[in-house]
Design a protein. Structure first.
Length: 185
């Protein structure tokens, strides 16, 4: 009954003036709409370079959980320099939506989260696919894998969200909270 009431309320809101554009937007990204209805958001990570794991609630009772964000910031630090950066909560919400789009409880296997400018410059010297002004340096990007899903499947699900940048590489997927764009690396 509660779900029917929520759907009715959403329908009333649209009728009262949110407009067809908002309805089309919600229909195009049901996982994103779902993010805003769930009372608690959690993510699980397995960092492939440090062997660290984390399962954490990062949003509850209508707000981001500072301790959960702190733990995520630490796990996604630049493991080469041990520097941390605040990870953009929009990236976490994209990952949360991606988890539902993939219908998985497996952790995100992290290849790269935050990168210091020094680490980014070093990686750039070794690979033409590393951007000079990478969003990794702003805490807005992550390179991931998900057990049980090919990188092409993860990238396809991320593209369907239409919430940020998605780069498909042979062994991982880049997801970021920047402008919507796609590429192959």
């Amino acid at each position: 009954m509660q779900d029917n009431e929520n759907r009715l309320e959403l329908t009333r809101r649209h009728i009262l003036g949110l407009g067809a554009g908002a309805l089309v937007s919600l229909a195009a990204t049901p996982s994103w709409a779902l993010v805003h209805k769930i009372g608690e958001r959690s993510l699980s990570f397995e960092h492939l370079n440090t062997s660290e794991t984390l399962s954490v609630v990062y949003w509850a009772e209508g707000r981001y959980v500072p301790q959960g964000l702190h733990e995520i910031n630490h796990l996604l630090r630049d493991y080469r320099t041990d520097e941390t950066k605040t990870i953009d909560p929009r990236l976490l919400d994209i990952l949360f939506s991606l988890k539902y789009r993939l219908d998985t409880n497996n952790p995100f296997q992290v290849i790269s989260g935050y990168r210091s400018p020094q680490t980014n410059a070093m990686l750039r010297r070794h690979s033409h696919s590393v951007a000079k002004n990478s969003l990794h340096m702003k805490g807005m990007a992550i390179d991931i894998r998900v057990k049980g899903h090919k990188p092409s499947q993860v990238a396809g699900a991320a593209r369907e969200l239409k919430l940020g940048g998605v780069g498909t590489y042979r062994r991982f997927v880049h997801v970021d909270a920047g402008d919507v764009r796609v590429w192959r690396g």
